[in-house]
Design a protein around this ligand. Structure first.
Ligand code: ADP
Ligand code: MG
Length: 390
């Protein structure tokens, strides 16, 4: 599969630009096992890089022009590489352009001088788009890794994750945290990335799903989510309000026992947003500990509690996600939850291999019965992070 896409991204590059690319870089999408909406609250997340990747074929040019094409769209975007701005006309090219902009920004803020020459870039991907599996970070990280090498910028993987996030925030205009890029760049086979979003310290934690006869199923509901719309921004605002009412810099500074006071000093909606973040941080810590001490069959309850918290307190689930989660558990999944930013996208279900068929068929049947669109259901495994392919 990987070889096929590498060949086709090279062929696509040649067909578009009329010459062969210098190299091909890839970066994976990610799934978040637990820890949702905790990243921008300086809390804990626990994602892993998945075996679905975005590939970019790139060559530097002699001038300052950046040309971006993708198998996803017939347009070719052309922008001066030293003059990348946030404009509507960037459209999907804002993701790769954002990474190119951010590497220049980050280098200049670190006092590193680089010669940011123009480049031609062709993109191809098997990360489902808009499913909450971060096709956006996959593009950003693949481009960032490539340009870091070609521009000789010398940034390390943590800095490249930061660059990906800066680009998505400033050039795309989506106020996302750093989790997705960290998973895509720091992922390791059969490990998840336990990331402290305050210190940016991270640690790879072994999952051991396969050894225990488990697989993580993705249920892509195909319900479109749009991060740039209001839901995500309003949740962030509620978290900021909650932190200021409690007199702390971020919700990371609160623990479960602070919730008694929180309930007294803020309105009910803000309190429930805060309670989600505070309990979710604890669930991430508990999941990491439980995996280490008791193995992956012990984390099901924590996954389900996370889902309930997002459904009832953070209110970012939708009927399709709730149905996927409850049906999966009823038919043998050890744990299940919605994953990603919410308002659509995907659910995950940690499922014994012998139950995969039953869980998948039951979800398909239930969706049909309820008149929902047909979901895409497929397993993912924890893969290595971004790398140069050829
Ligand atoms: P997610 O990251 O969950 O997949 P986002 O809305 O954050 O969803 O990012 C999806 C957007 O990223 C797409 O709408 C498109 O603009 C861009 N994108 C993703 N994959 C590609 C691709 N292969 N080629 C071009 N643009 C892409
Ligand atoms: Mg995204």
């Amino acid at each position: 599969m990987t070889d096929t896409i590498i060949n086709s991204v090279k062929t696509g590059f040649e067909a578009t630009y009329g010459y062969a690319p210098t190299g091909v870089w890839s970066a994976p999408g990610r799934v978040n096992l637990i820890g949702e909406h905790t990243d921008y609250n300086e809390g804990f997340v626990f994602p892993f890089a998945i075996n679905r990747h975005t590939f970019v074929a790139i060559s530097l040019r002699d001038d300052k022009l950046a040309r971006i094409s993708s198998s996803f769209s017939p347009e070719i975007h052309e922008v001066e590489v030293t003059n990348i701005q946030r404009t509507e006309s960037n459209d999907w090219a804002a993701y790769p352009l954002g990474a190119a902009w951010a590497i220049q920004e980050l280098c200049s803020s670190l006092g590193k001088s680089i010669s940011a020459t123009g480049f031609d870039c062709h993109i191809e991907s098997d990360v489902p788009i808009g499913a909450g599996l971060s096709s956006s970070a996959a593009i950003e990280c693949a481009v960032a890794l490539a340009l870091n090498e070609l521009w000789d910028a010398g940034l390390d993987r943590r800095q490249l994750a930061r660059a990906g996030q800066m680009g998505e925030n400033q050039i795309v205009g989506a106020p996302t945290g750093i989790m997705d890029q960290s998973a895509s760049l720091l992922g390791e086979t059969d490990h998840a990335v336990f990331l402290d979003c305050r210190t940016l310290e991270s640690e790879a934690v072994e999952l051991g799903f396969a050894v225990e006869g488990l697989e993580l199923l993705i249920i892509d509901t195909k319900v479109a989510h749009r991060l740039v719309d209001g839901g995500y921004a309003s949740r962030r605002a509620a978290c900021e309000l909650g932190a200021s009412k409690m007199g702390v810099g971020s919700l990371r500074d609160l623990s479960i026992k602070d919730l008694v006071k929180a309930r007294e000093v803020m309105d009910d909606v803000t309190f429930r947003r805060v309670r989600h973040v505070v309990t979710e941080n604890q669930r991430v810590l508990d999941t990491v500990q439980s995996l280490r001490e008791k193995g992956p069959r012990s984390i099901g309850q924590l996954m389900h509690a996370s889902h309930e918290s997002m459904r009832d307190d953070f209110e970012i689930s939708v009927d399709e996600l709730d149905t996927a989660v409850e049906t999966a558990i009823r038919h043998g999944a050890i744990g299940a939850r919605m994953t990603g930013g919410g308002f659509g996208g995907a659910a995950i279900a940690l499922t014994p291999v012998e139950k995969i068929g039953e869980v998948s068929l039951s979800i398909l049947a239930e969706f049909e019965l309820l008149g929902y669109g047909k979901p895409d259901i497929f397993p993912v495994s924890a893969a290595q992070g971004a790398k140069r392919e050829v």
